[in-house]
Design a protein. Structure first.
Length: 470
């Protein structure tokens, strides 16, 4: 009994010594546990990211296929019955037929200055203005609608043959404070007309037309398109009353446009208002100001793009409704823009230009090809590395099996001690290999199970030999 107790104590001491040498094992298990936790975290995060990606895809599908709410944009369009007001009403009708999400609410106003004020105060989203109207930084152009011509209308018997001849004559001009009122004095300033010399009377156009046809005034100054309904009515009434009308040329219009760049020089063709006798009697030079459609910069670009597309892709429909719509055109950047284009309009006008991907298709294809080759090479290299790691791990496992086989057949305690030392030496080697990624985590897991089995077998074999010796 005493010998058996001594053998047991000796075995426990050796086992304790063996446990003292298992620092490598504990380090290896710690490394393996840490890597296992990291791997679980990786899969957990992968599942979470995958779920979020799926949720984002489903949400995007529902968002893109949702029923879009109807958006109403307010348009301040100038005096009721004016060309700009009538044109915007026709455009609003076409927009209602062509768009499922956009509507225009056309509002009559006094003039362009009023329009830009309402736009700046966020009381409207769109406005028709003259190109010479002062604007703030966040106003953007959508399209040019039509030109307004400066027109001086008189009768042959009134003795007016040039702008200078207005001196001493009674002239009806647009109401005080309007853009057209300022236009008259822009011409008067260039020709050095006397404020007191011209007998000017500010009044609305219809009242001025009645006074002119009744002979109460000598001339009318107005700024209107050549197809303005009130202007055409004036010429038709004159024909019915057998009164001949004439237009006075603003022969220095090109010089005026130099001093005032927002004004351009253009020609009113002979016979524009009547053919026999022709009114005007010859091609007549005049100053022109463009009527434009503008918006604020913060108005949704997709809505402005849709509006721009309706303007230019349904022109025939608009022209049938309102002949002046034939003058709608894209602003020409080559001539210089007084107001920058809205992003939505610019996107529509540049729709045929190649995208970034189209312009750089060949370089992108080359990059993708090279990336594919590199990725394929990486996978091949990784496969070879993994194969090498597996082969290395297999060799360590074979060494464990050999130690286990020798321990099973050993009859000497000294040989078992040597096998135990060899066992821990292999563990140290494998731990170092794991730290340098020469073996895989999965391979180390299987190795650790086999290593533990061999260690237990050596321990049991030592106990068996101790019992036999006793």
């Amino acid at each position: 009994m005493t010998d058996r107790a001594d053998a047991s104590a000796q075995s426990d001491r050796e086992s304790g010594a063996g446990n003292g040498l298992s620092a490598y094992e504990r380090h290896a298990q710690s490394q393996a546990n840490r890597r296992s936790v990291n791997r679980k975290r990786f899969w957990l995060w992968s599942l979470l990211v995958g779920f979020l990606a799926l949720a984002a895809a489903v949400g995007s599908w529902f968002y893109l296929n949702r029923e879009e709410p109807l958006t109403v944009l307010k348009v301040v369009a100038g005096p009721y019955g004016s060309d700009s007001h009538e044109m915007m009403r026709e455009i609003a009708d076409v927009v209602e037929r062509q768009s499922e999400r956009l509507r225009l609410d056309v509002i009559a106003t006094r003039d362009s200055s009023t329009n830009i004020s309402l736009l700046n105060n966020h009381e409207a989203e769109l406005a028709t203005i003259r190109s010479d109207t002062p604007v703030i930084a966040d106003v953007r152009m959508i399209a040019e609608l039509f030109p307004d011509f400066f027109q001086i209308i008189t009768k042959p018997e009134n003795g007016i043959y040039s702008v200078q001849d207005l001196d001493g004559k009674s002239v009806a001009i647009p109401p005080f404070g309007t853009d057209e009122f300022r236009s008259f004095w822009a011409v008067g300033d260039h020709y050095d007309l006397s404020i007191t010399g011209v007998k000017w009377i500010a009044m609305p156009f219809m009242k001025a037309a009645d006074a002119f046809l009744s002979g109460k005034i000598d001339a009318i100054f107005t700024v209107r398109s050549l197809r303005d309904r009130q202007l055409l009515n004036l010429h038709e009434d004159a024909i019915l009353k057998r009164q001949n009308l004439k237009l006075i040329a603003i022969d220095q219009a090109p010089a005026i446009s130099i001093k005032r760049p927002f004004l351009q020089a253009d020609t009113i063709p002979k016979g524009t208002f009547a053919g026999d006798p022709a009114v005007p009697g010859h091609d007549t030079l005049s100053s022109v100001v463009s009527r434009t459609l503008v918006s604020r910069e913060d108005v949704d670009a997709s809505l402005i793009r849709e509006l721009t597309s309706i303007l230019f892709e349904n022109r025939l429909d608009l022209i049938i409704r309102f002949a002046l719509a034939s003058a709608i055109r894209r602003p020409d950047p080559a001539l210089g823009l007084s107001i920058p284009l809205h992003d939505g309009s610019e996107a529509y006008f540049n729709r045929d230009q190649p995208s970034f991907l189209q312009e750089n298709a060949e370089p992108i294809a080359l990059v993708l090809t090279v990336a594919g080759i590199l990725f394929s090479g990486f996978l091949t290299l990784r496969a070879r590395l993994t194969s090498g790691q597996k082969n290395r791990m297999d060799s360590y496992n074979y060494m464990l099996l050999e130690i286990g086989d020798r321990a099973r057949n050993s009859e000497k305690k000294g040989e078992l001690k040597q096998l135990r030392r060899d066992l821990y030496q292999i563990l140290e080697t494998v731990v170092r290999a794991l730290d340098t990624d020469e073996v895989t985590e999965e391979g180390f897991q299987s190795f650790s199970l086999l290593w533990e089995s061999v260690r237990e077998m050596i321990k049991e074999r030592e106990l068996d030999l101790g019992v036999k010796s006793a």
